[in-house]
Design a protein around this ligand. Structure first.
Ligand SMILES: [Zn+2]
Ligand SMILES: [Zn+2]
Length: 176
C-alpha cells in the first residue's frame, strides 16, 4: 500500500488469510509452526501521523498449531490481540542509517512510501508466539529412555532405565 492512499480521516482494512499464505510467510522462521488452523482475521485502522509516520492500530485473531518442544505433540495457540505500531520512513542517507542502527530493535520502517499491512499483521502474530512452545506449563515431556509420553503415562517407571544391563542381555540373546 502506498502512503498516498491513506486519506486524512484514515483507512479501515479487514484482512483475512489462510494457511497457505501463513506458512509461506513463516518460511525460515526459527519458531516451529505447524500450521494455521482456519483463517486468521484482522481489522485495522491506518492513519498518517505528522505527514510521514504510518500508525496502524487494530486487532488480530488466529489459531496457530505449534509443536511442544518437550513432548513433541501438536497443540493450539489462540491469539486474540490488540496492537498498535508506527512505521517510519526509511531514508537511505547516512544520517538516518545511523539512527536506525541505534533503534533497530524496536523501530519499524517502510521504504519508497510503500508498506504492507498484511506483513504488519503477520509480525504481530509471530510476536505472540513463544520461542520455546510448551503444550502446557507443567508438560512432563518424554521418557529419556524409551520416549513414552509422560503426560499420558504419569506413573511410568522405565524398564529400559539400566541401559548397560539391557545391552548385556541383548548381546546374550544374540550369542544364543
Ligand atoms: Zn508438551
Ligand atoms: Zn520409559
Amino acid at each position: 500500500m502506498n502512503i498516498r492512499e491513506i486519506p486524512k480521516e484514515g483507512k479501515k482494512l479487514s484482512i483475512k488469510k489462510d494457511n497457505a499464505w501463513f506458512m509461506d510467510m513463516v518460511g525460515g522462521s526459527n519458531i516451529d509452526v505447524e500450521s494455521l488452523h482456519g483463517d486468521l482475521t484482522s481489522a485495522i485502522d491506518i492513519h498518517m501521523h505528522y505527514e510521514k509516520s504510518v500508525a496502524i492500530e487494530g486487532s488480530v485473531h488466529a489459531d496457530v498449531v505449534l509443536r511442544c518442544v518437550k513432548c513433541l505433540q501438536s497443540f493450539h495457540k489462540k491469539i486474540d490481540n490488540n496492537f498498535s505500531v508506527v512505521l517510519e520512513p526509511y531514508d537511505t542517507d547516512g544520517q538516518t542509517k545511523h539512527a536506525i542502527a541505534k533503534t533497530e530493535l524496536d523501530a519499524e520502517f517502510y521504504v519508497h512510501d510503500e508498506f504492507d499491512p498484511e506483513a504488519v499483521v503477520f509480525e504481530q502474530i509471530m510476536l505472540s508466539l513463544p520461542l520455546y512452545p510448551f503444550c502446557k506449563p507443567e508438560c512432563k515431556g518424554l521418557c529419556t529412555y524409551c520416549g513414552i509420553n509422560l503426560n499420558e503415562h504419569p506413573e511410568h517407571k522405565c524398564k529400559n532405565k539400566k541401559e548397560p544391563s539391557s545391552l548385556k542381555s541383548q548381546l546374550a540373546k544374540i550369542k544364543i
